[in-house]
Design a protein around this ligand. Structure first.
Ligand code: ATP
Length: 138
């Protein structure tokens, strides 16, 4: 079969471990498609949806930063957090999005670190909302 093992790991659990046909992620330099036999590679990931194609169909996950490692016979995603559509609490993500937007609007009172933190929180929330609504789990 034309597949490879994909493992998605966060500091607190193994989110996903299955043989898949392809993987599409957003790396530091843009969109990246991984097929079986891809050359070994390590790249940081952006906060973005990740699309997996397997014999079960297409699955989209919310992946929040971290690294992609392509090995000879296995692909690993090490992320700070990652959620399958069914795991996403849409109301929580909507609240996080509004909170981050409010913080960004009061930017004058914020230092650069807090601004960056609010931007990342907004990206995580928007990614969760996209993944949750794409899959119909809401
Ligand atoms: P919040 O402000 O709502 O806590 P956050 O982006 O700051 O969101 P993270 O630090 O990325 O949260 O994640 C902390 C933990 O909570 C992780 O285990 C993550 O998977 C989980 N998590 C965060 N937001 C959601 C959500 N909307 N639905 C399900 N799990 C979530």
């Amino acid at each position: 079969m034309n597949t490879f093992l994909l493992e998605i790991v966060t500091p607190d659990h193994l989110v996903y471990s299955k043989r898949v046909n392809s993987l599409s992620v957003v790396g530091a330099e843009g969109e990246l498609g991984i097929l079986p036999g891809h050359v070994p590679l390590v790249t940081p990931l952006r906060v973005a949806p990740m699309t997996i194609k397997s014999e079960e169909g297409t699955t989209t996950l919310a992946v929040h930063g971290g690294f992609l490692e392509v090995h000879k016979d296995k692909v690993t995603v090490l992320a700070e957090s990652a959620e399958l559509p069914a795991e996403i609490d849409l109301e929580r993500a909507e609240a996080a999005k509004e909170r981050a937007q409010r913080r960004l609007q009061s930017r004058g009172k914020m230092d650069e670190v807090d601004h960056r933190r609010a931007e990342l929180a907004l990206q995580r929330a928007v990614t969760r909302i996209k993944v949750s609504s794409r899959s119909g789990h809401h």
